[in-house]
Design a protein around this ligand. Sequence first.
Ligand code: GDP
Ligand code: MN
Length: 393
Amino acid sequence: MKIHEYQAKEILKKYGIPIQDGVVITELSELQAALDHVEKELNSKQFVVKAQIHAGGRGLGGGVKFSPDRAKAEENAKNILGMTLKTHQTGPDGQLVRKIMITEAIDIAKEYYVAITLDRAKGKNVIMASTEGGMEIEEVAAKSPEKILKAWIEPGFGLQAFQARQLGFGLGLEGEQLKQFSKILAKLYTCFLQTDAEIAEINPLVVTDQGNVLALDAKFNFDGNALYRQKEILEFRDIHEEDPTEVEAAKFNLNYVKLEGNVGCMVNGAGLAMGTMDIIKFKGGEPANFLDVGGGANVETVKNGFRIILSDPNVKAVLINIFGGIVRCDRVANGIVEAVKELDLNVPVVVRLAGTNAELAKEILASSGVAIIPADGLADAAEKVVAAATGGQ
Ligand code: GDP
Ligand code: MN
């Protein structure tokens, strides 16, 4: 689960990490009070107006504006609040800006990048640090990977002081800044562990003209499976920022991830779902989604799954690929028949059912009168659905 910058900064603040502070507003009526707060409480005569959306790259997209005086801040706030902000992470439609943060302006001497995440290959958390702060780190990783310094944390020992110092030295920090940097890393690591974060990123971490080190922007992604024990983090959830079909699917306990292709997939089990996507690609198609209906596929789950797949206008054909282990294929077949009758289906549906009661399921489908393309085996199913999707029916 992702959160907004202002929420990430609240968390950092709680852990004692210095931040570029400010006030978040949702309406222009709150603007004057926000500007007053920044002027009087934070002692800043200059402001930064920052769009709050989950995507990164807001600065380049025009969603972060340095404002040298109050009048300019007002103008920027009016332009940014309510705008549709496009960044390389929002997709072509952009994202509506519902909240803005009015912050103090910082005199930046140098920008750095710091992040903590799990290195699955090494089975350890890794701290990454770079002098290329403010930039997109993927670009740095692709063009000059040597500029990303890494330190792996032994789980039993935790972050060691020498590791923090080594990273700091590597960035060229010394003296007071090195001390502040090391403290910030230690706090960020504690925060990362205690919040069940998958990634905690500060980009940029800055050294100010006055020699202080602070977080100018921060991003977190939290482990969805740990949210049950992270009540405070869960409060930060903003479903406006999430894909609406994914939110809808989660209500029915369906694991749905929207993708860019045109072949809708309904599969039980994550492994089979991955295999199905692979074989669709192998046969020249592109999956429109990942959908795992789970172990208990029944009439309701099949119907809900169908509804969610078909709400994506890109879907030109659907492949249902169910392996009957615990789930019985005849039940799934009944679900398919009901769903097709109820949902006024206008795309071809290819069905491959294997396992428990598969023969009975085939009879149900054949005698139902609904237009379904039966398939035998994975390869046959994939070929048929790719042909149907490209056939333009
Ligand atoms: P992002 O583009 O979504 O990552 O948004 P950031 O919050 O990281 O802001 C983008 C860039 O705006 C930063 O890398 C800074 O260069 C600049 N910026 C943001 N706040 C300030 C500030 O207080 N002072 C100055 N000088 N620049 C700022
Ligand atoms: Mn940033």
